[in-house]
Write a protein that binds this ligand. Structure first.
Ligand code: GAR
Length: 208
């Protein structure tokens, strides 16, 4: 299965996918494009180090949102991508891409949806909000993407305990390592193996 990975930052989730392809866990999965929302994303270095074709496609560099959307779509078509993986991608995809890739776009979110999600809840912010609310568990969610932030069907979730002396940074680090980097590759594998379907806006997963 050919995948395109969209990134905005450090790319630890991209790295987890690369490592799981190398280890054979993601057998038959190939990253055909990395698309970054900004040129400074360290994820671009990870793509270069692994010989993965990468492109910076920032909405700001196009005359209109529609033209950016069309350009992203033609890049995806040319690459042959069958699944889009948003791995720390902090922009909203264009509507043409979302429609053409309907039910074939997944996102990793650093909280247990429906908690601490939606517009403005990205990066460190869900962890700050979780600690402020005093929740005792938090975690990550992989879900399908529709036009609204964090609202598509949930595929996988994984939790960790929130510890009494956690800071937003320590909680973020633990969730990235123990949750995100585990369930994102697992979701890609389940989809590649045809084990995920959507019925009435609910994702049904046949675990392997
Ligand atoms: C990750 O924690 C990811 O879950 C989060 O951004 C970080 C990117 O890290 N995504 C969101 O907040 C999306 N709403 P990475 O670039 O090292 O993978």
């Amino acid at each position: 299965m050919k995948i395109a990975v969209f990134v905005s930052g450090g790319g630890t989730n991209l790295q987890a996918i690369i490592d799981n392809i190398s280890s054979g866990y993601l057998k038959g999965v190939e990253i055909v494009r990395v698309i970054a929302s900004n040129k400074d994303a360290y994820a671009l270095q990870r793509a270069a180090d692994n010989g993965i074709p990468a492109k910076v496609m920032s909405v700001r560099d196009y005359p209109s949102r529609n033209e950016w959307d069309e350009a992203v779509l033609s890049e995806l078509r040319e690459s042959g991508a069958e699944l889009i993986v948003l791995a720390g991608y902090l922009s909203l995809l264009g509507t043409m891409v979302v429609h053409e890739y309907s039910d074939r776009i997944i996102n990793i979110h650093p909280a247990l949806i429906p908690s601490f999600c939606g517009a403005g809840m990205y990066g460190i912010r869900p962890h700050e909000a979780a600690l402020k609310r005093g929740v005792k568990v938090s975690g990550a969610t992989v879900h399908f993407v529709n036009e609204n932030y964090d609202e598509g069907p949930i595929i996988l979730q994984k939790s960790v305990d929130v510890l009494p002396d956690d800071t937003p940074e320590s909680l973020q680090k633990r969730i990235m390592k123990e949750c995100e980097q585990v369930i994102l590759p697992r979701a890609i594998r389940l989809i590649a193996d045809g084990k995920v379907s959507i019925e009435n806006n609910i994702a049904k997963v046949k675990e392997d």
